[in-house]
Structures are given as C-alpha cells and as structure tokens.
Design a protein around this ligand. Structure first.
Ligand code: BGC
Length: 781
C-alpha cells in the first residue's frame, strides 16, 4: 500500500514537473493547448492594445502585438501597418537610431504599373524592413475593389477589377513572406465605403459578391497564401464581417482551403463570442472588456471550448513560424537606399501618360514655371495609420526637377512658398485638430503668381496675388514675363483621401481657382508657343474633360511615395519611360457610373460622423447609404458597365500612352491542360525604349447568364524593349477563370459556346480577336 502511494505521488510530481517544463515548439501545439487555462486562452485570442501614443510599446507607433505567456514559452508577436511600408515612430527617447522605413507608393498608384514582378519586389522590400526592425506581421496588402471612385480608401486599394487586384496582391504577399514574416490581407470583405464605416451594411447579391468582391481575395489567398487575413469593419449582407461565419469559415477556409489566422480590424468586433465562433482568431487591438466578455461567454456556454481551442491552436501555428518565436536577431539596419531606388523606378513606371499633344514630353531640361499649390506641397502617398513616417520624408518636386537639370522659376517659387505658409496658418487656426489628425485639412485655394497688385487680395475663390515681399535678389515677374522666360509651365493638381472619410462628389470636380489657373496659364504660355503640362497628384479619378483641351500634356503621377520628386522628374524627362495604364475607368461626370446613386457622395468632408458615434441600429429606421448601401449595379462596376452600356468614359480602364509605339503580331489561342494559352508578340516600332502592358479581354458567348461586353482575363508586362525589339507574351486562362456564378443554381459554371480572346490597349480598344469554342457547359460544385 505504501509503495503504491509513493508511486502515485511520484507520477503526480512528474506530471507537474513536466507542465512546468512544457514550452511551445512546432510539434507540441496540441499539448500546449491542453495545458492552457481558460484565462490564458482568452489572453491569447485578444490583443494587447495599440502601439500608437503608447510609450511602453516595444515598437513605438506600431499597430499592436499579442500577449506573451512565458510559462508556456509563448512569446508576443508584433504587428505594423502596412501596406505602403512599415509604419512605426521614427525616433525614440534616449536613442539615436533612425527608425524610419521606406514610404512606398499608394496602392492605387502602384496598380497602374500592372507589374506583378514589381509587386513581388516591393512586398519583398517591405517584408525585409519589417523583419529587420524586429516585427512579425505586416498589415497589408489592402485590396478591396474600387466600387465607387469616391471611396476614401481607394488609394490603399488597387483597382475596379478583381483579377488585377488579386494578382498584384498575391505577388506582394509572396514577396513579403519570402522573408519568413507574415502578411495580413485586408479588409475581408466588401469594404467599399468609409462613411459610417463600422456600421454600414454592404448589401450585395451573390453573383457580384462572388465574381467581383470576393474574386480578388480568392486569387490572393490561393496564389499568395497569406499567413493572416484581416476582417473588415463593415457588415456583409446583415452580418458583421469579423463575425461572419459564412465569410471566415465556409468560404475562406472551406471553399478556398486557406489555413491561417483571421484578425479583426482595429475595434472591429462588436460581439466577441460571435467573432471567435465565426473563425476570427484574434480580436484587435484588444481590451480587458474583450477578455471579460469571452470568459463570461465561456462560462454561460454561448462560446464553446472547441471554438476557442481551435482559434488558440491556429494562433500558435502562426506564432511558431514568426521571427519573434525563433529568436531572430534583427539588425535595425535596413538598406533604405536600395529600396528607395526600387521605389523611384517603379513609381516612375507606374505613371500614366493621359495626353501628349505634339509630343511635348519627354521634356528637355530648361527653365520651368512650376504652378499649383501642390507642386510645392505634394501628397507623396497615403497618410494616416496606413501611411509611413507620417509622410514627412519625401523628395519635393522642386528638388527632383533641379536634380534632373531644370531651373524652377524663382519668382513663381517665391510667391508660392510665401503664400502656402500664410494660407496653412489660416487653415490651421480655422479647423479643429481632428481635421489635421485625419489629413483632412483643406488645401489652400489656387493662386496665379504675377497677376494683379502686390497685395493680399481675394476675388471670389481665387487669390490673385500676394502681399508678401519677395526675398531680395528675386525679381518679380508678371505672368507674361514668366511665359516669356520659361520653356514650359508645369501645373500640379492634387487630391487627398484617407481612412475614415469618403470624398464628396465636389472633390471630383476642379475648383473655380484651379480652372482659372489652367485658363490663365494656357493663355499666357500658348501665346508664347510654350507648352502647359499638368501633373495629377491624385489617388483616384477627377474630372478632366472640361479642361483637357486647354493643356498639352497630362501625366497621372498618382501618389508616388517618398522619392516623389525624382520619380516625377524621371517620367517627365523620359529617363524612365512611364508605362502605367489606368486601373480604373475615369468617367466624364460623377453620376455616370451606376454605383454613384448608391454611395454617400454628399457626405465627404463632414467629420461629425467620427466625432459623434452613430445611434444604435436597433429600433430606428435605417438610413440609405449610411446604415446600409445597396449594390444595385450588381456586376456592372467600372468598365464592365461602361463597355456594356456603351457609356463614354473620359479615359477607359487600361488606357495609357507611351513615349514609343507597339505593334501586336501573331496573336493566337491554344488549348492547354486546364483551359487555354493566349500568345502575342509585341514589337516596339517607335524610336524610344519602352515597356508595354499586354491586356487580354474575353467576351463570353451570348445566351446563358447576362455577361459584360468583355472582362479582363489576363495581363502581362513586357521587359523594356529597345526600338525594333519584340517579346512574345503568354497568358494562361483556365476554364474556371471563365466561369460565372449562377445565382439560381448556387454554383460556378463555364457556359458552352464561342469565346472571343482579344488583346487590347484598353477595355475599349481591341487589336486582335481569336475565338475558341467550349462544347459543353462545365459546372463546379
Ligand atoms: C485600419 C487597418 C489598420 C489598423 C491598424 C485600422 O483603423 O482600418 O487598415 O491595419 O487600423 O492600424
């Protein structure tokens, strides 16, 4: 008996000793989960709060981290925004290290590159910076569809087309994760409006949901395999995205076979137990109230231990892959020069030449008059939490032009510099701080230097001149003298957008003073036979038709990142040939696209919705476009609508000029193991080097489901081709890629009939047409 007691005691001691020794490894995750207390499990599935404004955060100014459980050898893993670079505070108290990271171009600017290799290279660079700064998860890429041109987050996202979005995101993810760090593909899903963003319900039919809003994610998930996905703030058809089991479990994991961790968007979870049960593993940034709610739900049975354990297991599977778990010794020494070089080239190549009358571009270095407030105050890229270094470091346009050998007219420069300083002071005192915090300070009205009296004076919306003295040595030139002295006028027009706000329809239009600036400069410069060039520093379409005839060239420079001035100068001089093509349709008017009537286009600048949280939805009538938004246009978004309804666009999807010309030769389509391969040979027939974006559109047979006139089914970008050189491009298209969602039958189907495979220079201009026949309809269960 005594012997038996001793043996039992010994065994109990051994188990206890073992529990004390038990530390997380790649192999023992189930054992660890069994050893965790309910409190520890809840601690793991709820984050530790945000790093912004938190002096105790290990990485200042980053987005958050998970809780460590030292007893079981579980370390914290650390997150930073994304997607335009690693967002963290650049300086720290008692520390001389420069923590700045490379501020890459905005998503919508990058998308116009149509360059999958560049996406991979940028992802690779950002992932490297993240790892060498000591973090584990980059919160990007962002890739919701551009449903409406006014959406406040369009600059973070790529395009109105899901294939272009999905392919770029997948490559970015592959590049970033090749460093052994995690990405977080966001915001899943149907996040297409910022007004009332945490309460708005995106009401969308199943076909549009499948073919447009989920399609990009499906491609990115299947081809990129992100380690994490971030749920969206909005509701999707009545259920909050972060609590939506259908989205997070049935589709993402069930249908797409994805394994990984879903994290909520920051403060995106309302019902904690529902989120955990739906398959949202991590509640971010996490509060004590979240932990208490989960423990209470466990106790009363509304949250099952199985669901919690599954989430804990998935988080641990992620933790063991991360650098923090592996004890990676990060260097804090990142090679920004190499990444800036990459950025400078990709940004210049992403620029879209919209007009180039009389081949005024490329421009030879000389003296230029630089006009428009934004020429001296560029918006380098997306600001806010998804920006980097608060956008403070960037190469100005003046510096970029000077480095390229230009003289920037000193008289004009001086007028603008003085004017901007005084206007910004006025704006700062007139608007509450929240406007600054959300980068919603209005831009100063435009000015026409060298007209009117030398005193501060406003005529309607237009400030005609300054009352400020020129610094000594700079003679003040009249507008006529400016046109006589300079070789060309360059005007920059800018628009900013940012998280939490949509643009108002009025921001699509040019202001009165912008129009007057264009009028005055084109009169003055054209009388001297000098060209007027407009740079569009915008992340999304603006109105162009009313003024484009008055200028000679228009270059969409987008939001090119921290080497902005140099990238723009490269594209203007042709040091790098701009080879971007539009990733969105540019309409003639706001109101031309069918989604325009179901979008809060008048709310725009109103910050009240942020300051005052909206009343609960319960027991009141819901407000259209605020509490819910009906996606009545179905699949007819962007070019799918414009090309099918023959609605004229200012510039179609896929459009962009070049400094050279390309011929398309020997187009063909052949059957392959799982579908088809389309081929074409592209020859540079002009006199300058350049890259061509090859776009493959497919028109489906008439008969079955209603189809858009054509859809993008593949694309590729050639290498830089010297004059006379050619490259053969191959684009695979699987039968599944041709499928549509049959709502009645609840499945994908590729209809039988004749398909036209066309290579085009935009969604409107087809150059070749090869047809193929599919004999039998294929259904996908
Ligand atoms: C944004 C996310 C971001 C998160 C953490 C949220 O407000 O919607 O995109 O990753 O904050 O900074």
């Amino acid at each position: 008996m005594k012997r038996l007691l001793t043996a039992t005691l010994l065994a109990a001691m051994l188990i206890n000793l073992h529990a004390q020794d038990l530390k997380l490894t790649r192999e023992n995750i189930p054992e660890i989960v069994s050893a965790m207390t309910p409190e520890e499990k809840v601690n793991l599935v709820v984050g530790c709060g945000a790093g912004w404004g938190n002096p105790d955060a290990k990485f200042l100014g980053t987005a958050g981290w998970t809780k460590a459980i030292p007893r079981l050898g579980i370390p914290s893993i650390y997150f930073a925004d994304g997607p335009q670079g690693v967002n963290m505070t650049q300086t720290r108290e008692y520390d001389v290290i420069d923590y700045s990271c490379t501020f890459f171009l905005s998503g919508s600017t990058f998308a116009t590159s149509w360059d999958v290799d560049a996406a991979q290279a940028i992802g690779q660079a950002i992932g490297y910076e993240l790892k060498e700064r000591g973090l584990d998860v980059i919160l990007g890429p962002g890739m919701n569809l551009h449903r409406n041109i006014l959406c406040g987050r369009n600059q973070e996202y790529y395009s109105e087309d899901p294939l272009l979005s999905g392919k770029l995101a997948a490559a970015w993810i592959r590049g970033a994760q090749s460093n052994g760090i995690a990405t977080s593909l966001k915001h899943f899903a149907v996040n297409n409006q910022e007004t009332n963003r945490k309460e708005n319900d995106s009401r969308v039919g199943m076909r549009a949901l499948r073919e447009l809003y989920l399609k990009g994610f499906e491609i990115a998930v299947k081809e990129g395999r992100p380690w994490t996905v971030m749920g969206a703030y909005n509701y999707v058809n009545g259920v909050h995205a972060c609590e939506n089991k259908w989205l997070l479990t049935d589709v993402l994991r069930g249908e797409w076979g994805w394994q990984g961790v879903v994290m909520s968007d920051w403060d995106g979870v309302v019902r904690q137990a529902d989120a955990v049960s739906a398959g949202c593993e991590l509640i971010e940034p996490g509060t004590d109230a979240d932990r208490e709610a989960l423990l209470a739900a466990l106790k009363e049975g509304s949250l099952s231990t199985e669901a919690l354990d599954r989430n804990v297991r998935n988080i641990l599977e992620l933790v063991v892959k991360c650098p923090s778990f592996k004890g990676y010794e990060y260097s804090n020494d990142i090679d920004r020069k190499k990444h800036q070089k990459l950025l400078r080239r990709v940004a210049a190549e992403s620029m879209v030449l919209l007009k180039n009358e009389g081949d005024v571009l490329p421009l030879k270095p000389g003296s230029v008059g630089l006009y428009g407030v934004s020429s001296y105050d560029l918006i380098p890229a997306n600001m806010g939490v998804n920006g980097v270094n608060n956008g403070v470091y960037h190469v100005s346009l003046v510096q970029g032009l000077r480095e390229a050998g230009f003289t920037v007219c000193p008289s004009v420069l001086r007028d603008y510099t003085n004017y901007i300083v005084s206007e910004k002071e006025k704006i700062a005192s007139a608007y509450p701080a929240i406007y600054k915090q959300f980068f919603r300070y209005p831009r100063p009205e435009e000015l026409i230097p060298g007209t009117g009296e030398a005193k501060a004076e406003s005529v309607g919306a237009l400030t005609v001149d300054l009352g400020l003295k020129q610094s000594s040595g700079t003679p003040r030139l009249s507008l006529k003298e400016q046109a006589e002295t300079n070789e060309a006028a360059i005007i920059t027009l800018a628009r900013g957008t940012g998280e939490a706000f949509d643009r108002a329809a009025s921001e699509f239009e040019l202001t009165v003073s912008e129009k007057m600036l264009i009028d005055s400069l084109s009169n003055a410069y054209h009388s001297c036979e000098k060209p007027v060039i407009v740079l569009l520093n915008v992340p999304a379409p603006i109105e162009t038709v009313s003024w484009r005839e008055k200028v000679d060239a228009i270059l969409l420079v987008g939001q090119p990142g921290e080497r902005a001035g140099e990238s723009i100068a490269d594209a203007l001089t042709g040091a790098v040939a701009p080879s971007g093509r539009l990733a969105d349709t540019w309409p003639i008017h706001y109101g031309d696209a069918p989604s325009d009537k179901n979008f809060p286009s008048e709310v725009g600048q109103d910050l009240k919705s942020l300051i005052t949280p909206r009343a609960s939805r319960e027991g009141r009538e819901l407000v259209r476009n605020i509490d819910y938004t009906d996606y009545e246009e179905g699949i007819y978004v962007g070019y799918r609508y414009f090309t099918t309804s023959l609605t004229e666009a200012a510039y179609p999807f896929g459009y962009g000029l070049s400094y050279t010309f390309f011929n398309y030769e020997k187009a063909s389509v052949e059957a392959s193991a799982d579908g088809f391969v389309a081929r074409v040979s592209v020859r540079n027939t002009g006199s300058r080097p350049g890259r061509e974006v090859v776009q493959l559109y497919v028109s489906a047979p008439k008969g079955g489901l209603d189809k858009p006139a054509r859809e993008l089914k593949g694309f590729a970008k050639t290498r830089e081709l010297a004059p006379g050189e050619s490259e053969t491009v191959e684009i695979p298209v699987s039968l599944y890629d041709l499928a549509s969602w049959n709502e009645r039958k609840g499945r994908w189907e590729t209809a039988r009939g004749t398909y036209h495979f066309c290579f085009g220079t935009s969604a409107e201009e087809m150059l070749t047409d090869c047809s193929v026949k599919i004999k039998k309809t294929i259904n996908y269960e």
